[in-house]
Ligand binder design. Structure first.
Ligand code: FMN
Ligand code: SF4
Length: 600
């Protein structure tokens, strides 16, 4: 009879074979290993230790870092409701409660029979068609009470996911406004052919002339990045496409990868030509797992057309191919150095910078890492000509930008504009009325109030990675900020103490205010915390974590003040509240034993 270890070897060995027994593929191996159980079995870990020759601490450390990997049994059906504020606005909290009741399971726990676990996850990137959920990693959109009930029944009946109605899994593009990029009529390989005519050095010059800046948020000049990578002294170079798209409210990369994948790969391949790279990687967020197969098919058709592989399009020595790696539910892996760590099969903890990825990236070798949209824009700029591209947009923000519109508007979806478009124009186009605020560029971005709707999207005024969440005047902006603060506390990677502790303190402060125990002192403490986080955080997550509170405080102070006690200070531990239950149980309520407040 086969031993337990043999049982695990039977499914693990083919996975290990496919990944060449390389520890750099640990995350991919663990992801696939988990598909055979609801979690990574301890015997499977023993087998991996033996075969990969890496310590247990490394394997368990990686498995415990990513929220989609589990070291303990989870339900046969793992249900995760997207917990972005836009999903909440569409009723996700009530839907989750309903499903928990239907299946007799507590949120965050597994049912006693091991059938199902139900919980929440950070934004799944489906804000234009929410509320959304993931079931065993597969995205389901447009949740309604009826759909949730049907899903509950399918789970009860143990119906295989493959037999669930296909429309549950339909993800629409919702392209509402096309421009330069979305309206392009390029065939697969057109931009690459144009790049081959230019040659490596001229591609970099053209990208510099075009004024192209990264679309992942920071806006670094793309031409300078590629030039630094090309000039780095090493013979092996890499190109990485950042498709982690974890910023809540952003889903434009999802649409590019769904309907413009060839343009993304054209951009990556011409970047490889420019910097002299041989290896390409697309780091795809785990939530977009459903895109893996179609993207693999696009890559294969490009190999068949010699747009990838050796001597690409007959150019001797131009060898380049692209592999896809899946993430596993960690927002921090969108930060470029954390992404590279993750790609190397480690925990996604940001590295010290400098050195930067252009000289010390993947495997410490020179790496050009860009956002999905940046590669598309680069391909476009090469095809249409740098000067022509430069004429679009504004002086410091050339070209166009894809905006992911969600929230209180009748037409959520993808809108493309030349940089310089005002907030008001976008609101008009998506049909928003009675808007009180727009959150530009996600929780780490900027909250723009009505008086500022004349402001323009672009690096000169409102830089953005693309999220545009609309809130009408029925919304409570305190609750919006509270949701964002919970997101940061959940997603802090824990590497540096100020961010780990600070984001958790911020969350507790907002919860304290929500429960009616907040005071003016708590608000002043947030400003203090912001200074600490700004100056001591290792990466952008910690540095921007207080933004949602500070921005909403600036524009919507009454939403906070209405909840505050008139006290100047109340301790975080509510002694009187804690004693209330004991008083109730004993029936003894001595007035003298109550803590005196200003109000009493
Ligand atoms: C916490 C954090 C999360 C990030 N998430 C993403 C992301 O999901 N996608 C992305 O392209 N860039 C993200 N970035 C920015 C990347 O670090 C990097 O600047 C970008 O991918 C570079 O590409 P670009 O020059 O084309 O913009 C993130 C940065 C931080 C600090
Ligand atoms: S700032 Fe936060 S997310 Fe960034 S490295 Fe430190 S702990 Fe991790």
């Amino acid at each position: 009879m086969a031993s337990d270890i043999d049982l695990h070897a039977a499914y693990l060995d083919p996975i290990l074979d496919r990944y060449g027994y390389a520890a750099t593929n640990l995350l991919q191996i663990l992801r696939e290993a988990q598909e055979h159980h609801s979690y990574i079995h301890p015997d499977a870990i023993d087998h991996l230790i033996a075969k990969l020759q890496i310590p247990r601490a490394r394997i368990e450390g990686v498995a415990s870092f990513y929220s989609f990997l589990h070291l303990q049994p989870h339900g046969e059906y793992r249900v995760l409701f997207s917990d972005n504020i836009t999903d909440r606005m569409l009723g996700s909290v009530e839907l989750m409660q309903k499903m928990c009741q239907q299946l007799w399971v507590e949120p965050g726990k597994m049912s006693e029979d091991g059938l199902v676990s139900i919980g929440t996850t950070s934004c799944t990137g489906m804000c234009d068609q929410g509320p959304a959920m993931l079931v065993n990693g597969r995205a389901i959109t447009h949740l309604t009470h009826q759909r949730v009930q049907e899903i509950g029944q399918l789970i009860r009946n143990r119906t295989a996911l493959a037999d669930w109605p296909a429309e549950f899994f339909r993800v629409e593009d919702n392209i509402r406004r096309k421009g330069l990029l979305l309206g392009n009529t390029l065939a697969s390989g057109d931009a690459l052919c144009a790049a081959l005519v230019l040659g490596a050095q001229n591609i970099i010059e053209a990208i510099k002339t075009s004024g192209l800046r990264g679309r992942g948020g920071a806006g670094f000049p793309t031409g300078l990045k590629w030039e630094a990578c090309r000039n780095a002294p090493d013979s092996i170079r890499h190109v990485i496409c950042n498709a982690d798209e974890g910023e809540p409210g952003t889903f434009k990369d999802r649409v590019l990868l769904t309907s413009y994948a060839d343009l993304v790969f054209d951009g990556m391949t011409l970047c490889a030509l420019a910097v002299g790279a041989q290896h390409g990687y697309l780091y795809l967020r785990g939530e977009y797992q459903y895109l893996l197969e179609p993207l693999q098919a696009v890559l294969q058709s490009r190999r068949n057309a010699n747009l990838l592989g050796n001597n690409i399009l007959g150019h001797a020595g131009f060898n380049f191919d692209i592999a896809i790696h899946l993430g596993a539910g960690a927002y921090i892996c969108g930060e470029e150095s954390a992404l590279i760590e993750s790609l190397e099969g480690k925990r996604g903890v940001p590295r010290n910078r400098p050195p930067f990825p252009v000289t010390h990236g993947y495997l410490q070798q020179p790496t050009a890492l860009d956002n999905v949209e940046t590669f598309c824009q680069a391909a476009l700029a090469i095809q249409m000509g740098a000067e022509k591209y430069r004429a679009i947009g504004t002086a410091k923000s050339t070209g166009s930008k894809l905006i992911s519109v969600s929230g209180d508007c009748p037409r959520p979806g993808i809108y493309e504009y030349p940089f310089g478009v005002t907030v008001r124009e976008i609101l008009q186009d998506c049909g928003a009325v009675n808007t009180c605020a727009v959150q530009v560029s996600g929780p780490s971005g900027i909250c723009v109030a009505k008086s500022e709707f004349h402001r323009k999207l672009g690096f000169e005024d409102l830089p953005t990675a693309g999220a545009f969440m609309v809130f009408d005047d029925s919304r409570d902006m305190f609750e919006v900020a509270r949701n964002f603060v919970h997101f940061f506390a959940h997603e802090s990677c824990g590497f540096c103490t100020p961010c780990r502790v600070g984001t958790s303190m911020l969350k507790q402060t907002m919860d304290k205010i929500a429960e009616g125990h907040g005071t003016k002192y708590d608000l002043s403490e947030v400003e203090h915390l912001d200074q600490v986080l700004q100056t001591t955080s290792h990466c952008g997550l910690g540095r921007t974590a207080c933004n949602p509170v500070l921005h909403t405080l600036k524009h919507f102070r009454p939403a906070y003040e209405n909840r505050l006690k008139s006290l100047d200070f109340e301790p975080a531990f509510d002694l009187d509240g804690a004693l209330a239950r004991a008083r109730q149980m004993t029936g003894r309520d001595d007035a003298g034993a109550h803590i005196e407040t200003e109000e009493s």
